[in-house]
Design a protein around this ligand. Structure first.
Ligand SMILES: *Cc1c(COP(=O)(O)O)cnc(C)c1O
Length: 434
């Protein structure tokens, strides 16, 4: 039997530390700014919404941060280490000489990479005495992951879900409720900001930016309540690096060095987790891998945004972050990849793009579903609409390798499965997708 199809690690290979790209960046990461003064924010400015232990991680420049044993054990429950798989049937279907590999983040109980940070965030909040956590969610992947994480550490969870997804993706809402969370359709009547938006734009599909504003407003106005973000911030990127550290070991087992590494980007967390441990080697000049960030052509923050300080939310309540942004008032169209509907990009990913280490590619929605259907038929997994962006780019590069007859190594992150996104596939299959 072929030994080069699946690369698995044992539970002792679950990383003992998270990797922090801030330590290896050739220029310092621009700090967050205070929203009122536009001066560098002090850690104190962040304490209204985040517990101190997570703020320490947010501002840390240490290369490695220890993962507590309790969390390494929790990662077992999340099905870590996740396998690296060679897409042999996809290669055959494409008749490409390229070798295509994918890292399976769809195998967690929530079906995506998001629990990798949800569980640590709930854990550190529990340690800090937090009783309630508020958050936002797009497609529901983040809300579901945080709902699970909060239930693990006996914290109550309140989720503002963008109304376009609240209506079109009820099953993730039911999953959140199964884990005991309270879910609001955003803009909601629960917050002052939500009520204002509803009045001004009664037909809005909602956005992550609006939902974040609502979750923050609730966190600062209610007792013993903190806010948790599923992407964008440094500590989120940090937690996700379990993906890329496992991947390095698996690439050694497969005896390959990737020519291309691809992940989709919404706020940048699965991309960072997957790429940054390898990208450190590129910064050190040891490898020449092409790191591709795949984004929707309708939300092209990295390819068309400006690199400047902007708010993370629509109301302008978050600290200002230096990032590629389409402007915090940009409301993305209601595409099916709800997790990619965000106006900005993680400051870490933005800096790496600015320094030329990351190449953004924007993909049309229909092209991504075409790739998703092809992948499902080749490899059996129905990918999340977000992940299909990475798959579309991987297929494109595999076809380029075919034209040039080059045996390229292409590795992409399968950030999640799409089994709760079947209405989107139905739209595509019935020819009703625009
Ligand atoms: C949320 C989500 C994304 C986008 O978020 P990032 O922070 O950019 O990773 C991508 N894929 C899936 C499956 C998601 O749930």
């Amino acid at each position: 039997m072929r030994q080069d199809i699946k690369f698995t690690l044992g539970i002792d290979d679950i990383p003992k530390q998270w990797y922090n790209i801030a330590a290896d960046s050739p220029v310092p990461l621009p700090p967050p700014h205070n929203p009122a003064t536009n001066e560098p924010a002090s850690p104190k400015d962040l304490e209204a919404i985040f517990p101190r232990n997570l703020i320490e991680q947010e501002v840390s420049t240490e290369r490695y941060i220890d993962i507590p044993e309790e969390l390494r054990e929790a990662y077992i429950m999340l099905n870590r280490p996740s396998p690296l798989v060679r897409a042999v049937r996809l290669e055959k279907m494409l008749k490409t000489p390229a070798k295509i590999f994918y890292k399976r983040e769809d195998l967690s109980p929530c079906g995506s990479h998001k629990p990798n940070t949800a569980v640590p965030q709930a854990y550190y909040n529990m340690k800090a005495g937090t009783e309630h956590i508020t958050t936002e969610t797009g497609a529901g992947q983040w809300g579901m992951s945080l709902a699970l994480a909060c239930s693990m550490f006996d914290i109550s969870c309140k989720v503002f879900m963008t109304c376009s997804s609240y209506d079109s993706k009820p099953y993730r809402r039911f999953a959140m409720e199964t884990y005991g969370a309270k879910v609001y359709s955003s803009p909601s009547g629960e917050t002052k900001f939500g009520r204002e938006i509803k009045k001004k734009y009664p037909d809005t599909p909602g956005s992550l930016g609006i939902a974040i504003s609502e979750a923050i407003e609730m966190a600062v106005s209610e007792k013993n309540t903190k806010y948790s973000l599923g992407s964008v911030l440094n500590h989120v990127m940090l937690h996700q690096t379990v993906i890329g550290q496992e991947l390095i070991k698996q690439l050694e087992m497969a005896d390959v060095v990737p020519d291309h590494m691809i992940a989709c980007v919404g706020g940048g967390s699965n991309f960072s987790g997957f790429s940054f441990p390898m990208l450190a080697k590129k910064i050190q000049g040891k490898i020449d891998t092409d790191f591709v960030a795949a984004e929707p052509s309708s939300v092209p923050s990295l390819s068309k945004g400006e690199y400047r300080y902007d708010f993370g939310d629509t109301a302008g309540m978050t600290p200002l972050l230096k990032m590629y942004t389409l402007g915090h008032e940009f409301i993305p169209s209601a595409i099916h990849a709800g997790g990619l509907r965000y106006h900005g990009m993680a400051p870490t990913v933005s800096l790496m793009k600015d320094l030329g280490y990351v190449r953004p590619v924007a993909v049309e929605q229909k092209v991504t579903f075409e790739a998703g259907v092809m992948f499902a038929n080749a490899e059996g997994v129905i990918p999340a609409p977000e992940s299909t962006h990475a798959i579309a780019v991987a297929i494109d590069l595999a076809m380029e390798a075919k034209r040039k007859n080059e045996e390229k190594v292409i590795v992409f992150n399968l950030s999640g499965h799409g089994l709760l996104d079947m209405t989107a596939y139905e739209k595509y299959l019935s020819g009703n997708m625009v």
